[in-house]
Design a protein around this ligand. Structure first.
Ligand SMILES: N[C@@H](CCSCCCCC(=O)O)C(=O)O
Ligand SMILES: [Zn+2]
Length: 363
């Protein structure tokens, strides 16, 4: 068809703006349960999922990712008869919602899958790959343009997932939720990058668990690993929208504030400008967000890279860049904040005089 695929766009050096965090945004809206993090909302409240897709589209997202997170059969299904099992219905609905909104823009649909309870149970490669095959099959049968293996903490499991996805002949993206200190099986971040590419991924990187700047530290290690191995791949990063300089290799889940008091750590749109620029300068071209990342964060990515993309997102119709919308404010001191440097240099207070700036992660 006319729509140019993701690899064509990336090969042409184009920026792909990703969408943000679905489970996190929908949990705040009462459609997802913390701890389960499963996407029943696709069949129970499709209007909420559709609306969030539309908000990310308006913010400039070039991708619509199926809300199929933690939707493997071993987590969702109870082995009921395939056709109308919860597993099949949720994954199918997730694809349809992503496709519906993707057609409202010139978006690429991304079929997402992630780590499984089967792997953690120690059931081994065959049983684990069967889970990936089942879910990838539904995503491909429902016309997702790309398969994304995301939020893997262990290299071996994402290698198995990539191997399975490769059999479907779609472009493959793969992101691990690791920082600069490697995965949970003592594989270095650089080695994780190399082995994801060797397993067959076209686009590799990091998503979740760590803040935008810690993720970029991890991406620098991934890039160095690929360079040392003489490998090339497109780079992708979808960080948390929470600041986590104090996290250990387990990321935000080990911080005392996880999951119900991370709000003081939220990044501002200005942090996202700085992140998007640094990511772009590193050669990363698929730039989105994960947990905590709301549409205004994605709009900031699209605005920071407006020149490179040759366009502003629709949502910028209601947002003059760098605070220019304050020029007409009645208060002179607020008018003075219609200034890029003011916002770039501001170190915002937390408003919590008794709060420490950092916490100690639980082991
Ligand atoms: N594409 C997904 C990624 C979710 S990343 C992790 C979500 C919570 C994990 C946990 O605490 O177990 C989404 O946007 O929801
Ligand atoms: Zn996440």
């Amino acid at each position: 068809g006319t729509k140019r695929g993701i690899l064509e766009r990336l090969d042409d050096g184009e920026v792909i703006v990703g969408d943000g965090g679905f489970v996190w945004a929908l949990e705040k809206r009462g459609y997802v349960k913390v701890g389960e993090w499963t996407p029943e909302a696709c069949i129970e409240n499709p209007e909420a999922v559709r609306q969030l897709h539309r908000e990310f589209l308006r913010a400039g997202a070039d991708t619509m990712q199926s809300f199929s997170f933690y939707a493997s059969d071993d987590r969702l299904g109870k082995g009921e008869n395939e056709a109308d099992s919860k597993f099949t219905r949720i994954n199918k609905a997730a694809c349809n919602l992503a496709k519906e909104v993707a057609t409202e823009g010139d978006c690429i649909t991304i079929g997402g899958l992630t780590q499984t309870p089967t792997y953690l149970s120690g059931a081994g490669k065959k049983a684990t790959q069967e889970q990936f095959r089942k879910q990838a099959e539904v995503l491909v049968n429902n016309n997702m343009d790309v398969l994304l293996c995301e939020y893997f903490e262990r290299l071996e499991e994402i290698e198995w997932a990539i191997e399975v996805c490769k059999t479907f002949g779609k472009p493959i993206a793969a992101t691990m939720c690791i920082g600069p200190d490697g995965d949970l099986m003592n594989n270095s971040t650089g080695d994780c990058a190399v082995r994801m590419v060797k397993a067959g991924a076209d686009i590799i990187g990091i998503n979740c668990k760590f803040d935008p700047f810690v993720c970029l530290e991890g991406m620098r290690k991934m890039k160095a690993g690929l360079d040392a191995a003489g490998l090339r791949a497109h780079l992708m990063v979808q960080p948390l929208a929470f600041l986590t300089p104090d996290a250990n290799k387990h990321g935000y889940t080990d911080l005392p504030e996880f999951p119900f008091a991370l709000e003081p750590r939220l990044v501002t749109r200005w942090d996202m400008h700085r992140f998007a620029r640094e990511a772009y300068e590193m050669g990363i071209r698929y730039i989105g967000g994960c947990c905590g990342c709301e549409p205004y964060h994605i709009r900031a990515v699209a605005e920071e890279l407006a020149k490179e993309r040759g366009k502003l997102p629709k949502g910028s119709e209601k947002h003059d860049m760098w605070g220019q919308g304050l020029r007409m404010h009645t208060k002179t001191w607020v008018r003075a904040r219609a200034d890029r440097r003011y916002w770039e240099e501001l170190r915002p207070s937390s408003g919590r005089p008794l709060s420490a700036s950092m916490s100690k992660p639980d082991e």
